[in-house]
Design a protein around this ligand. Structure first.
Ligand code: GDP
Length: 601
């Protein structure tokens, strides 16, 4: 799959591609990384794989010994792969670099039994948007019933070893995944059938448990990087470092530190840095560069060991003053011998590029990182939902204050993606009548919100309907006068619409409406009721008229609808009320408008 490169590039000028592993919870991201790390430790000389902060570097020679015949180190000049090992799209969304995703390449892990799940779809969405090349690891093939495991072998060897029944069961699951990918707009196939990995997504069957297929996975990743990404890997190794904040963490003895993925140049222990902050770029001096201490050496003091310099690509913890306002996902730049103001301008520009557009009115959005905030903003834009404030961080009482000022109850809302809701924010939200939605899947968050809006709209319409006089046309039945007057009690049949207690009743004489009285009681089969619907026969007490004078048996009567109510009914509620009620309304409007064409308009 890979080709020897004829360019005579100094290999030291090519950095390690950065790999992100993402997928639905429990599909095996951690296990897969553990397996790769474990195999690397077994295969390699001690110390050949290096544990970084938030990442593991696996050098080419180790990849080649794990992958066996599938990777000939002679074919490659990239130094290996750097796996970001805080797995999940949660961290992946953080991983932004100038103008794109920080991860150069990604592995989307899908459980062959479980198939596509919400976070799988979300991960795909993020991959699509950031245009990150990826392959799919169809994981847990060892769980196919009847599977005969062959530890750590390439897929074709173990596949040939299975019975026809077992291999066709695996095929079925794999084709389902390929079908799902195609539904999402990705043309995909089993990786050995893929000719052009830029156009097609390769699916690699693996087991993070038995290691089957892991050689293939590493070979495909390596080949893909070498073939399509080599140019992007050419960096100025000794230049001033550029990176992205992965996490902001308090560390005993060091104060606030930033776990940083460096993707260009170097950071030195005496460098000045500019870091993206909540408000403005932070200018600070490195106090210490920290890497995890190898397990054997953890004795007393710190889990970390200080280093003088690191070069891209690497994960490093930076201890420095003034970092409290640093944000996950924000840029980090080394100043070194450049003009400080120029570097601040660069960082500011990068931040502006990620910044979310806000409006005068809208919902409050909180997310764990700048990248996830951006992903949220994109999704909300698609859902045509304006944002009044978008910030990195947990949901705090002051967010509730902002949300409570929204004019529209639908916007008295906070949407939190991958964040915690502080206790006092919960309390405040209850008193201020602000709704907080928190979830780890963006589209579920939006769905929950949309359900809330629907509910709210239904409730609003219900209250409007409750306060509005409902149209009704009804007829006094012959021989059904139970009382002549004070009040008149007659049997009626509702022809269309709904009659309700306490509504006024009119009758039309030569198209002139005449108010005859007010309904003061409705009984259905001897029981008091509040309303009667079309088709019902009930007796009504009408305060005002006398049967035989203002009203007669067989008269057609109407509930009297105030003009304002008629207007709301016709213009806003026409689709909410039952068809027969709409019919009564239209007949009523026709009668009124035959006298005044603009009535109720
Ligand atoms: P994550 O949430 O994606 O990081 O998933 P984990 O790596 O924690 O795996 C979830 C569960 O699936 C764990 O119990 C793993 O032991 C199990 N698991 C992961 N990969 C495999 C596999 O290839 N085969 C089997 N049988 N189990 C697996």
């Amino acid at each position: 799959m890979s080709e020897p490169d004829s360019d005579t590039l100094d290999p030291t000028s090519l950095r390690t591609p950065i790999v992100a592993v993402l997928g639905h919870v429990d599909h095996g991201k951690t296990s897969l990384l553990d397996k790769i790390r474990g195999s690397a430790v077994i295969e390699g000389e001690a110390g050949a794989i290096t544990q970084h902060i938030g990442a593991t570097a696996v050098p080419l020679d180790i990849i080649s010994s794990i992958a066996g015949d599938l990777v000939d180190p002679e074919d490659f000049d990239l130094p290996g792969l750097l796996f970001i090992d805080t797995p999940g799209h949660h961290s992946f969304t953080t991983l932004r670099s100038r103008g794109g995703a920080l991860a150069d390449i990604a592995i989307l892990v899908v459980d062959v039994n479980d198939g596509f799940q919400p976070q799988t779809l979300e991960a795909l969405d993020i991959l699509k948007r950031s245009q990150t090349p990826f392959i799919v690891a169809a994981n847990k093939i060892d769980t196919v019933p009847g599977w005969d495991p062959n530890e750590d072998t390439p897929i074709n060897a173990t596949y040939d070893d299975q019975t026809d029944r077992v291999s066709s069961r695996l095929d079925e699951s794999l084709y389902e995944i390929i079908g799902n990918l195609s539904d999402e707009g990705f043309s995909a196939d089993l990786y050995w059938r893929v000719q052009n990995f830029q156009r097609n997504v390769g699916v690699v069957p693996v087991s993070a448990m038995t290691g089957e297929g892991v050689p293939d996975l590493l070979a495909v990743m390596m080949g893909l990087s070498q073939r399509y990404m080599k140019e992007e890997m050419e960096i100025d190794v000794a230049g001033p470092g550029v990176g992205t904040v992965l996490e902001v963490k308090e560390e005993k003895g060091f104060g606030t530190t930033i776990d940083t993925v460096l993707y260009d140049g170097t950071i030195r222990a005496d460098d000045t840095l500019v870091v993206g902050g909540m408000n403005d770029p932070i200018v600070t001096e490195v106090r210490a560069l920290l890497q995890p201490r190898p397990l054997a050496e953890i004795r007393t003091e710190s889990r970390f060991e200080k280093v003088d310099e690191v070069g891209a690509a690497a994960g490093i913890k930076v201890a420095a003053p003034e970092l409290a306002d640093a944000m996950a996902g924000a840029p980090v730049r080394v100043v070194r011998d450049r003009d400080l103001e120029a570097v601040i301008t660069e960082v500011r520009a990068e931040l502006a590029d990620i910044a979310v557009d806000t409006e005068e009115q809208g919902v409050v959005v909180k997310a764990d990182t700048l990248g996830s905030l951006e992903a949220m903003a994109d999704a909300l834009e698609e859902a045509e939902l304006p944002i009044v404030r978008a910030e990195v961080g947990d949901v705090a009482p002051r967010d509730v204050s902002v949300a409570s000022t929204a004019e529209d109850p639908k916007q008295q809302v906070i949407l939190g993606f991958n964040v915690d809701v502080l206790d006092d924010a919960h309390q405040r939200a209850e008193t201020d009548d602000v709704r907080i939605f928190a979830d780890e899947v963006i589209y579920q968050l939006i769905e929950e919100y949309e359900e809330f809006v629907e509910e709210l709209e239904r409730a609003q319409q219900d209250t409007i309907l409750e306060n509005i006089v409902r149209p009704a046309r009804f007829r006094i039945l012959p021989d059904h006068t139970f009382r002549q007057n004070d009040p008149a009690v007659v049997g009626v049949e509702v022809n269309s619409g709904t009659i309700q207690n306490n509504t006024n009743v009119v009758k039309y004489e030569n198209n002139e409406p005449e108010r005859v009285g007010q309904i003061k009681g409705i009984q259905e089969q001897g029981e008091d009721v509040d309303e009667a619907r079309a088709g019902n026969r009930v007796s009504v007490a009408i305060d005002g008229p006398t049967v035989g004078r203002q009203i007669e048996e067989d008269d057609e009567l109407w509930t009297q609808i105030p003009e304002k109510h008629a207007k709301i009914l016709e213009q806003e509620l026409a689709s909410e009320i039952p068809g027969d009620e709409l019919e009564a309304l239209n007949m009523y409007l026709d009668k009124q408008r035959s006298r005044d064409p603009f009535w109720g308009k």
